[in-house]
Design a protein. Sequence first.
Length: 385
Amino acid sequence: MRRIGVFTATRAEYGLLRPVLTALEASRALEPRLIVGGTHLSQRHGETLTEIEADGRQADARVPVPLVGDDGASVAGDMAATLAGGAKAYEALALDAVLMLGDRTEVLAAAAAAVPLGLPILHLEGGHRTAGAVDDAIRHAVTKLAALHFTAAEPYRQRILQMGEAPERVFTVGSTAVDNLKAVAAEPQGPIVALAGLDLSNGFLLATFHPETLGDRTPEDQIAAFLSGLSAVTDRPLLITRPNADAGSVAVRTALDAFAVERPGQVRIVESLGAQGYLRALMACDAVIGNSSSGVIEAPAAGTPSVNVGLRQDGRLKPPSVIDCPLEPAAIADAIHRAAAPGFKTVAQSQPPPFGDGHAGQRIVEILEGTDFAGLARKPFIDRV
């Protein structure tokens, strides 16, 4: 059995890793070892290790980080702790490779920790573009460190090939978000009201806003503009999830709390709905509002309209069900009105599946089962003219 370390630092990325973990656990050739860090271990951020444990999984290694602030220097300190702790965990677990997903600062640190150990990095969800966030540079940096790549769509594979990666190491498998949606849709649906604490029987909007970490405006200005646009909604409840531990997230959290106090019967702020709870809410809501990647990946796959605000997700593939709008109150209010119109949901539900058929996790594991890990960390560079 070859040991695959699976690194996770946030609730959202763990949810996307769940189908891969399930397939790894069923494999006769591969043995997953779960490495948990970041906000999973932070009480202030919901201590979402409990969600992992509720799935019947345990952390084979923990990588604690300070998480004392949300300024750039504090984030860099968290990255340093993740790098050092990740390297110790990889060595202690005697891994053959380490698998990670996405583009957050913790992922870059976890990837860097594997390099001096000669561990092949297996990377999911490369090739995207998100021009409004520092995640964009991080994602491409992890791509250049990784030995194998598993992408959500063919245009993303082509972008990775442009970066000099060998074609036989880059696979279009679809998004594991679609795997999760299909799994949740097949289960008996509990009442969403139990998750929200609001009467959602006549419809609701699901919102998330993260700071634009490469934006020209302060986080305070960004969230003020977003909430000003959102305040135009008076005819239905608003279920809002808090941001991750990005630089500037404290300002967003403070503004969200004040917004909820002003509208106690309409607004509910939650730290985390849990991976499955969030997907249930996403499938049940009238529209997804904000700048989370779930608005351009999961929402289209579920046939739910979404309003993508600002530049954070600029550059990603966006199906017709996604309405782009600038981070301006009037534009946000107008886009919400369009997305929540009954006829627009018909458009969203009639579009072809944009990111695969719901079998990405199994495809990834089948490829890994047929891969020789010996020498995999030695990468070629393919010049393209």
